[in-house]
Design a protein around this ligand. Sequence first.
Ligand SMILES: Nc1ncnc2c1ncn2[C@@H]1O[C@H](COP(=O)(O)OP(=O)(O)OP(=O)(O)O)[C@@H](O)[C@H]1O
Ligand SMILES: [Mg+2]
Length: 270
Amino acid sequence: MRSIAFVSEKGGVAKTSSVLNVAAVLGGQGSRVLVVDTDPQGNASFVLLKGEKPRRPSLFDVLVEGDGADEAIVASHFKGVDVLPADATLADAAVVLAGEIGRERRLCAAIEGVADRYDFVLVDTAPTRSLLTTNVLTTVEELIVPFNPGIFGVLGLGQLQDDVAQVRRYLGNTKLRIAGVVVTLAERNNVCRDLEDQLRAAFGGLVFDTKVPRSIKIEEAHARHESVITYAPTSVGATAYKALTREIINGRAKDRIVDPGGNPPTDRAA
Ligand SMILES: Nc1ncnc2c1ncn2[C@@H]1O[C@H](COP(=O)(O)OP(=O)(O)OP(=O)(O)O)[C@@H](O)[C@H]1O
Ligand SMILES: [Mg+2]
């Protein structure tokens, strides 16, 4: 089982979009996929549950009440994709868990119980650093950072690298690493191109070859509770997410990261 979280403290960089569309590609290819929605905004749940509110228990109950993940997981209408959904109540989890023992490892314990049912666990995250994100970092092995070169172009990898190092050291998830950075919402203009060039110059092999262009079809698909893979299979968005998924499966950026602290980049392939 591969476990991959899409993380960035920046909002609106296509974390949720990437989770949904990579899940759709993987599920469509016959993989068994679980999407874990750890964002109280519940955007991934919204699409995967066709706009219906998650029934109880949801992720909040799993983390706080100790309900089993299997009780909360439901099948989505994406082929091969189940979801462990979130709703707004999840925003309270960090406060409720603040004094609890094992608060940083609740998600990990819950997912362990269902891991053998899936080939891929994909985790969507909120654009904030919180106990919820710490739970994600103790659970997954790989982090993918979507990067939108349009919004001031700051990647903010430094904080994430520190967090990875702390989780490896103090919370026992020694397998955690930054698996790659993916350029999202890419546009054909000079600003975008310059920022992408700077990113590739600075982080080399850590950056996936595939970039996901800005495409209205992606937005349209989500508004219809679909992936772009099924909504517009031949669109540039669908093509990009298929290529990205291929890179993820092949460990495109994986083998070039050797720093035990999760520090990029070391391009052994270069
Ligand atoms: N390639 C794309 N082309 C056009 N629109 C996109 C693309 N990717 C994402 N979007 C749209 O941009 C918005 C932000 O994307 P998304 O919700 O995936 O970002 P996010 O990082 O999950 O945001 P948040 O931090 O709020 O959770 C959404 O409306 C989404 O439909
Ligand atoms: Mg999101």
